[in-house]
Design a protein around this ligand. Structure first.
Ligand SMILES: *Cc1c(COP(=O)(O)O)cnc(C)c1O
Length: 368
């Protein structure tokens, strides 16, 4: 059997043709393909507006800026995520306040959010970790009580729902990524969903040098970025999006198979929740403490299976460790545990049944 990588990018001939069409048209930057993709995402997620940007980090960054988050403000972030979630908070000069996760969902522990709120708190960035939607109704209640903005980091959550409400549509803004590690990809790419049309207009201005069209006249109303997505990228996304639902269904079938057939006392499987539809961006196991995770990754590699840790314990990363000197084992034991003992295994629609069975067999073979 060929090596089974942790992730396989799935670009077909039709995707390539769609890019060729854009290249031959001569209209390369933000244009009709971007507009079409924005419409697709707003209709798919059920959100009023979608604003495409150059990547998922740009979408978080722009959302914070558009909502006016700045120096002196505090922003609540989960202690477990990808580093971009917290970097953007630092980059606007605000202070991140970490909250531990729940080890069943790997999402922010909503019961610990209130304790982290101070008079300086301006926003919460819940992360739908590994593609499982957070308890957004609880988070929305807290945000309302304390007048906080919500920016959902839905980078992994295209297709994820809670009570049929799509991830990224409950807060002020939702941020998605189209990095090759994510469900559909344009190499780099991102989009912001929002139900607030005023915010959407501000985001559109800010992603494009501060341009605003007033009475058909172009004006520069504030200093902005160049965070545009190109039509080359949007064409790739539009083309892949046609098979997205099919992919999601296949991924769900594989996850169901894993959940049924992975049986090893040294391995804890991800939890499932009745009210939630998982996007299965990442199938994330927790290994028994007695196992050395790095050795397991190496061993799986020699068996022909790619795997890796799932997400970072953010306050432990060098910059944050040095700046805030937080004791992770004391304050964020769950995030630390997931960072040290988590294992992401391959899950994507192009896995065939032999590969799936082989992965299950090798996970079941893990021993002390
Ligand atoms: C991938 C990811 C990002 C960053 O997205 P990019 O498109 O790579 O900038 C942010 N947050 C989370 C949780 C992610 O998984």
């Amino acid at each position: 059997m060929k090596f089974i990588p942790l992730m396989r990018v799935n670009i077909n001939e039709e995707d390539i043709k769609s890019v060729e069409t854009v290249l031959r048209s001569g209209m390369l930057v933000q244009g009709t393909e971007v507009l079409e993709f924005e419409k697709k995402i707003s209709s798919y997620t059920g959100c009023k507006e979608a604003v495409a940007v150059s990547n998922g980090t740009a979408s978080l960054h722009l959302s914070l800026i558009a909502l006016g988050i700045k120096k002196g403000d505090e922003v609540i972030v989960p202690a477990l995520s990808y580093i971009a979630t917290v970097n953007v908070v630092e980059l606007v000069g605000a202070t991140p306040v970490f909250v531990d996760i729940n080890l069943d969902s790997f999402n922010i522990d909503t019961s610990k959010i209130k304790n982290a709120i101070t008079p300086k708190t301006k926003a919460i960035i819940p992360v739908h970790e590994f593609g499982l939607a957070c308890n957004m109704s609880d988070i929305a209640k807290i945000a309302k009580e304390y007048s906080l903005f919500i920016i959902e980091d839905a980078a992994c959550a295209l297709g994820a729902k809670e009570n049929n409400k799509h991830a990224g549509t409950s807060g002020n803004a939702g941020s998605f990524s189209f990095h090759p590690r994510k469900a559909i990809t344009s190499g780099e790419g991102g989009i912001i969903t929002t139900n607030d049309s005023k915010l959407a207009n501000k985001l559109r201005t800010l992603r494009n040098h501060g341009i605003s069209v007033k009475n058909e006249k172009v004006e520069f109303t504030e200093p902005g970025f160049n965070y545009r997505l190109t039509d080359i990228q949007a064409a790739l996304l539009n083309s892949q999006f046609k098979r997205f639902n099919k992919q999601l269904k296949k991924k769900n079938e594989i996850a169901t198979y894993y959940l049924e057939y992975i049986k090893n006392d040294l391995v804890t499987l991800p939890s499932q929740y009745k009210e939630k539809t998982h996007s299965w961006q990442t199938f994330h196991l927790i290994l028994d403490k007695r196992l050395n995770r790095e050795n397991i990754i190496e061993k799986l590699k020699t068996k022909g299976i790619g795997s890796n840790y799932g997400a970072q314990c953010l306050p432990l990363m060098e910059f944050y460790q040095k700046k805030y000197k937080l004791d992770c084992s004391l304050n964020f034991p769950n995030a630390l545990h997931a960072y040290n003992h988590g294992l992401a295994i391959p899950l994507y629609d192009t896995l065939n049944i032999e590969e799936i069975k082989y992965i299950v067999e090798e996970i079941n073979n893990i021993e002390l």
